[in-house]
Design a protein around this ligand. Sequence first.
Ligand code: 1C4
Length: 441
Amino acid sequence: MARSDNKKLEAFVKWFRSATPFIHEFGERTIVIAFGGEVLTDGDMMQLAHDINVLVSLEIRVVLVHGTRPQIEEQLKQHGVQSKYAEGRRITDADGLKCVKEANGIARMEIEATLSTELANSPMAGADIRVSSGNFITAKPFGVRNGVDFIHTGEVRKVDVEGITRRLDDDEVVLLSPIGFSPTGDIFNLTLEDVATSVAIAMKAEKLIFLTETMGATDSRNKLVGEVTALQAQELLGSSPQAEDIRYYLPAAIRAVREGVKRAHLISRHVDGALLIELFTHHGIGTMVVLESPDKLRNATLNDVDGILALIDPLAERGILVARSRESIEKEIDRFVVLAHEDEVIGCAAMNPYQGEKLAELACLAVNPFYRDGGRGERILAHIEKRAKDRNFKTLFVLSTQTTQWFVERGFAEADVNALPAERREKYNHERNSKVYTKAL
Ligand code: 1C4
């Protein structure tokens, strides 16, 4: 076997093992996956079916909600029906409703056909996915708003939790269309995000996932935002322009986590395997909305030593941090704080006290590259500053070779090596030639 093949196999084994905690976590939990009708028109449904098949094989309870925008547009065009919009919603009149019914029928049939694939020599071999659709959504009219009658455009009124639960208990995948029925037998055209969010909330889903056209929500500099609390997501909507579908999905994600869904994700449908990356790797892709940040800043314990080493060793190799042995960290563990993202150490720092001179050193400051630029470094710094102040230290100092500007921007000023406490001065590594910065507390 070629060496490169060996490497690929090693990587595969490593990845598979690292996915185990997620497989344990999501098994038998409910995940709602919402995707626009574009997945069908662009020919990406088979790719998505492969990933859904993986989830089903891991006994994850899957509810799919599909959109139909391009299918409805096509039907309207074919039937010469004019589209009318108000308040960002389609007004569905009698002719429009005929098109909505046809579009939903076509979309649903195509999805069911794809999920029924069992081709040998393909990831769907032996899949045997049973799909269940039905009248699980009760709807009410959107009504007359600002004088505009939305006629057959509606909103979710009730979700048949018991009915969906029974289907999921029977190991079926539930497929929902963005239409609902009223007790009077009327049909209403609903939005994909309303159905997906209402179902995720009603089913107390573990996750609500929207497959999006872009990578996710962006900040004011157009940079992808990885993880946000509901409050931060709300602020983003007010302060940063978002792609069109994100403008619909982000408020839906906020609503979902505020009403009990554990996490809501916005991930690109254009990345092959996006669903699997999001669910089975530590860092995922796209934007994740949570109610509160799972980051906890706390004193380190001996259980954190492996995590601290994993974080700082690569930085020490590059000369950014000073190398530290496991023993030295264990011995001085009381000086360390860690920022933990659930069980993963994603940031750390230590405070070295020089009691006599009332000076404290901020050392070993690091944040996992994936989590940078989210204010975490600043949060750790503020914590160490407070800790030093509470213990009556008058000045905080740092030694740095490559991060000097970061400290200057946070109130530190360059100082002479002589500003260091005598004990620290003796240990100063002249070969390293680090710069010294101080900040009065
Ligand atoms: N210079 C200037 N700005 C920087 C920067 C740098 N090297 N690195 C990041 N930034 C900027 C970002 O561009 C961003 O700017 P923006 O977009 O807000 O305008 C901002 O900082 C992000 O700030 P944040 O609050 O979101 O912070 P995080 O990204 O969460 O974390 C760290 C900032 C610097 C902690 C992070 O980038 C990191 O882990 N870097 C690698 C490790 C590092 O440089 N740590 C600082 C070490 S100095 C050593 C020791 O071992 O004790 C060496 C001792 C010796 O003898 O030399 C220390 C203290 O640990 N000393």
